[in-house]
Design a protein around this ligand. Structure first.
Ligand code: NI
Length: 276
């Protein structure tokens, strides 16, 4: 199954900043990715290096996991590099960005049943260093059906053509990785429910959001980002909201100590409870 966008879908992406496609890979592959995904979260792969962290919580010992996220899952399960999802997303990325498009990032996201926090409105560009312009586009694929009850993505059409909004860390808490945009008018937002193995594609400047997970199942999603790396990396500076960042994952990435190992064991039990 090879997937390319129709000219209408390409036009919608450029005009509105996002497009939703019903299927980007097979049900068989979704089932395999889901198994790998649950195994990685149960093992807490990448915790010591800061690749596994809490996107929406304080990510510190004793704190409840609000939205666990694993960066670069294929580092821990190399077979994820050979998926049809990745091949199809790569082909579509070249269609949208040109032949120089390349994979710039991937991550797996988990919203626990009943307790997943909403992902606030944000523009992915706000996470970058100021002056870095990867022009990245995100392929977001759920591993089970999603709608507004379990955290499908919502977008604001046309926000890709408006300026970058000011952001801050969620609730203004420097310990939290996630960002929230300030001054968002979401009256025209569009929700994108999907079947497992469908995907939404959005640009790095497009305002998006996901509600909490109110269902009885964890909401699993896998995202691949393709982009054009900018030649202007030398103009590197942080946005003001990224300067005071003091997240636990950064401390872990620097040093793994006994406390972290103890926390990892606690976290493994918590992950098993979430995925039960
Ligand atoms: Ni985002």
């Amino acid at each position: 199954m090879n997937k390319e966008l129709t000219s209408k879908e390409v036009a919608q992406f450029h005009e509105q900043g996002f497009v939703s496609i019903p299927q980007i890979t097979t049900a068989l592959e979704v089932a395999w990715i889901r198994e790998s995904y649950d195994r990685l979260f149960e093992q807490c792969a990448g915790w010591e290096k800061g690749d596994l962290f809490d996107f929406a919580g304080t990510d510190e010992p004793g704190a409840a996991l609000k939205a666990p996220q694993l960066s670069d899952p294929s580092k821990y399960e190399p077979a994820l590099k050979n998926t049809l999802f990745r091949a199809n997303a790569f082909a579509i990325a070249k269609q949208l960005l040109g032949p120089a498009a390349e994979l710039v990032f991937e991550h797996a996201m988990l919203k626990p049943a009943k307790s997943g926090a909403p992902t606030p409105w944000h523009q992915d560009e706000a996470f970058y260093a100021k002056g870095v312009d990867n022009q990245a586009i995100t392929f977001w694929m759920p591993l089970q059906p999603v709608d507004t009850t379990n955290g499908c993505l919502d977008f604001i059409p046309g926000s890709n053509k408006k300026p970058l909004l000011p952001h801050r860390r969620i609730n203004g808490d420097p310990r939290i990785h996630g960002l929230e945009a300030l001054g968002v008018d979401d009256s025209l937002s569009i929700s994108c429910p999907l079947q497992a193995g469908g995907a939404t594609i959005h640009g790095y400047h497009t305002l998006h959001h996901a509600g909490p997970n109110l269902s009885d199942e964890p909401r699993r999603a896998y995202a691949l980002l393709f982009g054009l790396r900018s030649p202007y990396y030398r103009v590197k500076e942080d946005f003001p909201w990224n300067r005071g960042m003091a997240t636990a994952r950064h401390k872990r990435a620097v040093k793994a100590d006994g406390l972290v190992r103890r926390y990892t064991n606690n976290l493994r039990s918590a992950a098993k409870a979430i995925l039960r």
